[in-house]
Write a protein that binds this ligand. Structure first.
Ligand code: ZN
Length: 217
C-alpha cells in the first residue's frame, strides 16, 4: 500500500509530495523546495525511508510547483514528466521567476509527456493520470484506486478551488474538470491538494462554496 508524505515549501506554502510503497520505490510530485533547508528536508526523508525515486512528476508548472525540479532531477537522475500542454507554462517560468524573488530558479526540460489514460508505475503501485484543465491548461491529477487517494494539484482545495486568472486558466473548464472527473470518484477518496490540508471528495461535494453539488440548479 502507498504512503503519502507531504512537505509545505516556499513562500507560496506549496505542498510537495513523496508517494512510495512497500517495495521502497516512489515518486516526487511538484517539488517546491527552493531554500537549502527545504531541499535537505526532502532529501533527508527520502534517505531515512530508503526510498528509490523513479519519477519526477508535475501536476502543472506554475512557479511554486517547479522550483525544486532541478534539484530532484539532478539528485535522483529520474525521468521528468509533465502533460504536453504544460510545456509553455513551464517555459514561461524562467522569465518571471526573478520578479517573484526566485533569481536562482533553474529550468529543466521534460523527458516525456504524460496524458490521461496512461499510468505512472513504480514498485507495486499504479497511479491513474487524470486530465484536469482549468487552473492550468495541461493540469493533471494522480489517482491511486486501491487506497482511494488523489493528488489533485491546484484543482480542488479544502473549501476552495484553483484560481483561474493566470494565463491559460479558465473558470468553466475548471468547474467542468471538478464535476465531470473529480466528483465522479467515490466520496471517501482523500484529496491531497497543492496547498492546504487534505479533504475528501464527499466533503467538497457538500461544502465547497465554489462547486458544491447543492449549488448546481
Ligand atoms: Zn498553480
Amino acid at each position: 500500500m502507498i504512503q503519502i508524505k507531504s512537505f509545505t515549501f516556499n513562500p507560496f506554502s506549496e505542498n510537495t509530495y513523496v508517494v512510495f510503497d512497500e517495495t521502497g520505490e516512489g515518486v516526487v510530485i511538484d517539488p517546491g523546495c527552493y531554500e537549502q533547508q527545504e531541499k535537505i528536508a526532502l532529501a533527508q526523508f527520502i534517505e531515512d525511508k530508503g526510498i528509490r525515486i523513479k519519477y519526477l512528476l508535475n501536476t502543472h508548472c506554475h512557479i511554486d510547483h517547479v522550483l525544486g525540479n532541478d534539484y530532484v532531477k539532478e539528485k535522483y537522475k529520474v525521468p521528468f514528466l509533465i502533460h504536453a500542454l504544460e510545456e509553455p507554462v513551464l517555459k514561461s517560468v524562467k522569465a518571471y521567476a526573478p520578479s517573484y524573488g526566485f533569481a536562482r530558479y533553474h529550468e529543466i526540460h521534460p523527458d516525456q509527456f504524460m496524458k490521461e489514460g496512461e499510468m505512472i508505475s513504480f514498485g507495486s503501485t499504479q497511479l491513474d493520470i487524470l486530465f484536469l484543465p482549468g487552473h492550468a491548461p495541461g493540469h493533471v491529477g494522480f489517482y491511486h484506486r486501491e487506497s482511494k487517494s488523489l493528488l489533485s494539484g491546484d484543482v480542488l482545495f479544502e473549501r476552495s478551488i484553483g484560481r483561474t486568472d493566470l494565463p491559460g486558466g479558465d473558470f468553466n473548464t475548471l468547474i467542468n474538470s471538478i464535476h465531470k472527473k473529480l466528483f465522479t470518484l467515490p466520496d471517501d477518496v482523500v484529496v491531497y491538494s497543492g496547498h492546504g490540508s487534505p479533504t475528501t471528495i464527499g466533503d467538497e461535494k457538500v461544502s465547497n462554496p465554489f462547486c458544491a453539488l447543492s449549488l448546481i440548479k
